[in-house]
Each structure stands twice: as structure tokens, then as C-alpha cells.
Design a protein around this ligand. Sequence first.
Ligand code: C2E
Ligand code: CA
Ligand code: CA
Length: 590
Amino acid sequence: MKDSDYKEVLDKISTPIVVIISNQGSSKKKNPSKSDFEENFSVHFMNESFENTYGDLLKVGFTTEECVSRLSKEVDWYKMACDCTETGEMQEKTFYSTHANAWLRVHMNSTVSGFIIISVVSIDKDKEREQQLLRQNLRLAALTDELSNSREDLKKRLENINFLNEQLEFIAYHDSMTGLSNRQKFKLDFEEWIKTVKEEGEKFGLILLDLDNMKLINDAQGHSEGDDVICHTAEILKRFKNENFRVYRYEGDEFIVMMKGINSQDTILNAGDMLLEVMNEEGIDFSGGIAICPDDGETSEDLLKYADMAMYEAKRKGKNDLCFFQSIMRERFMEKVAIQSKLNKAVADEIFQLYYQPQFDVATNKLRGFEALLRWYDEETGWINPEQFIPIAEETKLVIPLGDWILETAISTLKDWMEKYNFNGIMSVNVSPIQLKKPTFIFDLMNLVKKYQIPTKNLEIEITEGVFIDNKTEAIMILNQIRDMGIGLSLDDFGTGYSSLSYLQMLPITTLKIDKSFIANITDKGGVEANITDSIISMVTKMGLDTIAEGVEKEDQLAILKDINCKNIQGFLKGKPMPREKCEELMHNS
Ligand code: C2E
Ligand code: CA
Ligand code: CA
């Protein structure tokens, strides 16, 4: 654009404008030094409006320095010019010019060809304030508009978020497999109900349901069949669901029922019984433990723990039933926890002892052998009963290292006795199902036999029917391997489990031990025990098995056992379990 064209354009603008340009040519001077800017830049032209308004203030030909002294020295004009050229953005300054005796506002722009264009307006300070307010208002108005536009958008987004939240909440509080509320939801609801307990003194109850025989279903029919049973249970539970009767899937095959308005224990027991009846009709068995809030506890963790203890009691008593929590269960549980913590240390320190209980041939009264029985003396508690700690050792798998120690101790004792006392009887060792399932069990047993050089016919392993619970085929395979080594195999506690005589024929056992509960009642007049024991003994003797009656405490029991041709006896009558030295005395004297 030529200068004349420029002037023509600027003249049309009502705002007063001056154009400042380098005297040395425009295009070269885009980044002048400060002194160059002040000395070699001058007013190139001004528009008509400027001439009319500020004709006295600046004149064409004034250097920048002259302009500055006329306008204001307070303003850093050089910096403004540099900012303009560098950023390409318009710069603005307001200042008081003594020369013009007025407040002036300048806007500075730079052009590509290096022109610096300054527009000057005088301003009324008060008006300026007003304008500022106006501008602020305009800005606010613009913002409000922006906001209201985005509010619509926001509303939509919020709706989306709410929908997503609902979905997330559903996922977070529901079990995906059954669609029932889950344990997180249980916790929330519990917190809600516990408030009413506190405010209104209302009680509510909890039933923890655990399906019976779920493991059997999973193993026999597969996991998808197992899942179907769980879903079916959930569907039945949903039928009962209402505001005061809430149901949740806790985990696996465990469900929780939470019931409000419990006046007496009967209310919840009746509901539980009804549930059990309906489930049973549909082919589902469960065991349930009941705990009442606040009687039994006030936190969801405590109540669940107690309902769980009660549920285990229901299982222990024969399953498919309900059981209330009682404080004795908590004591038993605490005891269990205490034993558990001690057991770890006791196993590591090998502070156990083996006692040996003699077994005698009924007909000859000769020593048949000994059963090794574990003993644990704890400094604080005293003697701890194996019936208490063996199940815990099984649960925690501590029975594996413990069992290794028992086997080695019993075998080394057997070896010693054979050498020192010419003992040629049987050493019988109890082996837990967990221990038997240890992959190296047979290998370790072989090694012990080799290490101590004992004849395998003098060793007997006692197992219970528990070994067949998980995998009967695998268990029989292991038992056969034991038999192949020439080691005897006795079935312990016969008559307490699912024992059946036909089942016995499938097992490679050599000895049957009749449980002490049978023997205890064997002398009862009109009782069935004597007859049953008689039948069992005659039958297993025909099968070629050795028999031992356990827990023989009285002479009359022994007399009957003799009568029915029981081969051996073991019991307090003839000898209690005793430490090794006592057994040695016995062997020495016999
Ligand atoms: P079990 O294998 O049936 O052992 C026989 C239990 O009957 C022993 O109890 C023994 O002391 C007791 N007993 C013996 N004669 C009589 C009697 O005349 N009357 C009465 N009332 N009881 C008698 P103990 O030693 O307390 O052992 C209990 C259970 O703990 C054992 O039952 C066995 O299941 C387990 N156990 C004991 N030692 C071991 C072990 O070394 N390994 C494993 N895995 N389990 C063991
Ligand atoms: Ca035994
Ligand atoms: Ca037994």
C-alpha cells in the first residue's frame, strides 16, 4: 500500500491516528534498538481526525523521542513497540499527558512493513470507569451466555454421568452371576439398619447360608452345574426378597439373609426354616448360621463371623439345618485362634512327643503292638488334646511337617525296640488325609523304611474314611502303593463315618478298628451295638482282616469282645497311651 493510499484509508477513520516509521526505510527496521527507535523513527503522517483533535500535540516529522516527551515519559514506548512487533498483538496504555492536559489512551499496532500506528483517544476518567464497568458487564454477559450454553451441555453430560453412575453402582453392588446384591451392598444396608437399631431399639437378624455338598456337585458334575445350583438358589431367595427381608450373595456358595423386625429368635428361625423347606423341595440343601443384631454384635464383621461359626456348627451337626450363634462358639473360636498361633511355633520347635498305646491279642493276651499317639505339652496351657489341634493342623497344612516328624519318630522307635527288646509287633501310625495326599508321601515313606532298615510288615498306617472324600480313585491308588511295600493298612474309627461293609471290600486294608463309641455301648442290655459288632467282626474276619476294638475300658466289654471273636483290643483297661520309656518297661517285663 502506498503512503497516499494509507492516508486515504486512515482519513476515513474517526479515531485520531498517527503513523510512526523509521526514517531509514520501513522494512529494514522491524527490530530497532532503543536509541534507533527514539532517534530515527518519526511521525510519518497523521489522519485528519488526529490533526483536528491533537494537532497541537504532535506534528509530522516529530521524532519518537519528541513524541514521547509530548505524550508521556512514564510509558515505555520502546517496549510497547517491541511487544507489538514480536507478538503481533495490539498494545494499550492509558496515561496522563501534561501537555494535552488530559488522560489519553493509546493503542499501538505494528504492520508487516514496519509501520507503527498509534491511535490516541482522550478519555474522561469517570466515563472510563463507567466504560470499564460496561466492558466488565459485557464480559460477564458473554460469560453468562457461554455458561448457559454449556449448562445445557452440562445437563446432558450430567444425565450421562448419572446413567453411568447408576450402571457402575449396579455393578458395584450386585453380583454379576446371580444378579443378587453383593457383600458391598450388604455392608451399606447393614450400616443403614444399624442406625434404626440405635434410634428405635429394633433388632434384626442375619442368616449366613452355605450350600451343602457344593464340592461334591462341582467335582461330580462340573463347575457349570455348580453355577446353575448357585443361580437357582439365588432365584429362590429373590422370591422372598422385600424391604424387611434382604438377600445377598456373599461369596461362592454362601448367601446372606438380613431380616428386620425380629421380636424373638423364633421370628427369624421360622423364616429360616421356611426357606430351608422351599430349598429342600427344589433339591437344594444348605446349612445356616443365625446371629442377631445387637444381641450378638454391632458390626457387620462381627455378626458375619458369628453367623459363620453358627453355620459351621450346623454343618458339624449333620448339615441341612439352622443353628443360632452362642457365646460358647466364640470361646471355641478364640481357643482355636490361640492354638493356631501356638501350633506354628510348636511345629517349628518340634516340641511334640509321641506316646504309644499297647494293643493286645484277646485270645492269647499277648502284645500285638502299639499305636503311636501325638502329645503336645504347652508351657502356658498344659496338655493340648490332639482332637483339638489335629484338625487345626490339617486346616493349616501344618499336619504335613508334623506328620513327617511323627512317621520318622515312630519308625525310629520301632527300629530301636526291635533291636533292643526283640520287639516283633506292630507299630501303628495315624496318617491324616492331607498328609497322605502330599505328592512325595510314598517316596518319603520308602526312604524312611530304607533309612531305618525296618521290616515293612511291622509297620501299619492308620487311615480314616476322610481320605476318600475328595478323590476315591487317587486315594485307593496311594493305599495300594503302601500295601505294595508290605506295610499294613488299618481303617480307623469304623462305625462313625459313612462306613459300609460293601465299601470295605473295595479298599486294600488289612485291619479294621471298631470305634470306641460302639464299644462303649456294647454291654447295653437290649442295645444293637453288640449285635452289629458281632456281625461286623464275623464278616471282616471272613474277609481275612484283622480286627481291633478301640476304647476297651471294662472287663465286661472285653468279655463280650472275646465272645464275638474280636481279635485284638486297645483301651485304658489294658494300657493307656504312654511315653516310650514306660513301653520299654512293659516289653522288658513281658
Ligand atoms: P484315634 O486315632 O482314634 O486314637 C485313639 C484315641 O482314643 C486316642 O485319643 C486314645 O488316647 C483314646 N483312647 C484309647 N483308649 C481309650 C479308652 O479306653 N477310652 C477312651 N475314652 N479313649 C481311649 P487321643 O490320643 O486323644 O487322640 C485323639 C485323636 O487324635 C486320634 O484318634 C487321632 O484321630 C488323632 N491323633 C492322635 N495322634 C495322632 C497322630 O499322630 N497323627 C494323626 N494324624 N492324628 C492323631
Ligand atoms: Ca488311630
Ligand atoms: Ca480310632
